[in-house]
Design a binder for this molecule. Structure first.
Ligand SMILES: C[S@@+](CC[C@H](N)C(=O)[O-])C[C@H]1O[C@@H](n2cnc3c(N)ncnc32)[C@H](O)[C@@H]1O
Length: 320
């Protein structure tokens, strides 16, 4: 029997390939059906229209070729031909995309099973960190899927939303009443809008949503919440630049003035000094917090080289 798209999209290596997981984190040892799966995905119109970075694909195919040679497997011509075709096109400058298969709700239509995100391949580009998706953002996207009840019917604000993966995952899977994607950077907001548009053509957004320019440095930006208070404030990977801690905590403090607003932050612990400094800033703003760490192997699309913390923030008076 021929291979189906469902078999293909359920495969671990395919999922890792589609979101351009670092090669070092992929187990190439036991390749069998994977070669056919990868060739099938690569020729799909979705990946032709929204391609992964060419250099990533050629390195990935090279890793497969080397492993097959080491295993003494016969190499198929299609694999070599694809590899040769792509190395001639390596200087292609994009735009490039990643395709996230987060849950187990796989359909035979590739477009219905993935969230497609245009991403920069550098961690800082156009003066912002928001044009690529960060690990805590991927973690938040997976957490939304596993905690749909926490988001259902809620008015949610996301701070520093970047490319929009977490928010798109929440809108598609969790039926919030409303979701506001916010970020301070115009280029980030433009990419975000593009990403929402791509995914809207293949998925039904189950809520109202908006994209809003909001800077933690500008207290005026918070005026829009005077009448309409969020039930839930989310943010991922916003704790890395200590010059931002005071404005961020001041923004969080503003939201905690409404006692029913919950705040949940996802944070990758890359540098424990920076992390400790952020917790000290929360205390300085009289904000109470509870931390938990994401379990290992939370999702196969996530690289948990560093621990990912979930921090729940509240007014001190409520928690104590
Ligand atoms: C490291 S990125 C994380 C993006 C996304 N949450 C993710 O996890 O992929 C940090 C984000 O915070 C935004 N940001 C940085 N400083 C900000 C500020 N003062 N006000 C609002 N957003 C800010 C950046 O534009 C960027 O999108």
């Amino acid at each position: 029997m021929g291979i189906t798209m469902v078999d293909c999209l359920n495969n671990v290596m395919v999922r890792q390939f589609m979101c351009a997981t670092q090669l070092a984190a992929i187990d190439f040892k036991n390749i069998s059906k994977e070669v056919d799966f990868i060739l099938m995905i690569l020729s799909h119109p979705m990946l032709q229209k929204y391609p992964l970075k060419t250099l990533y694909i050629t390195r990935f195919l090279k890793a497969i070729i080397i492993q097959m040679e080491n295993n003494g497997n016969e190499l198929c011509d299609d694999l070599y031909l694809k590899y040769v075709e792509l190395i001639q096109n390596e200087s292609n400058e994009g735009p490039f995309y990643k395709h996230y298969i987060l849950g187990n709700n796989i359909s035979n239509e590739l477009t219905e099973s993935v969230i497609t995100i245009q991403e920069s391949t550098s961690i800082v580009s156009q003066g912002t960190t928001g044009l690529c998706t960060w690990q805590a953002g991927i973690a938040l996207s997976c957490w939304c899927l596993k905690n749909q009840d926490i988001l259902k019917d809620k008015f949610i604000i996301e701070l520093g939303c970047g490319t929009g993966l977490s928010g798109i995952s929440a809108c598609l899977n969790c039926s919030p009443s409303e979701y506001w994607f916010t970020d301070c950077h115009s280029a980030v907001l433009n990419t975000l809008k593009h990403n929402i548009q791509i995914n809207e053509t293949h998925h039904k957004f189950n809520c109202k949503y908006d994209t809003i320019q909001l800077s933690w440095n500008d207290i005026e930006d918070l005026k829009m919440f005077e009448k309409k208070k969020p039930d839930l404030v989310l943010a991922a990977d916003v704790i890395f630049d200590d010059t931002m801690f005071e404005p961020l905590c001041s923004t969080l403090k503003y939201f905690t003035n409404n006692i029913t607003t919950e705040i949940i932050l996802f944070c990758t612990l890359r540098n424990s000094e920076t992390y400790t400094k952020f917790l000290a800033t929360l205390k300085k703003y009289d904000l109470h917090f509870a931390q938990s760490v994401l379990p290992d192997n939370y999702s196969i699309v996530l690289q948990q080289n560093c621990p990912i913390y979930i921090i729940r923030v509240q007014q001190n008076a409520i928690m104590s």
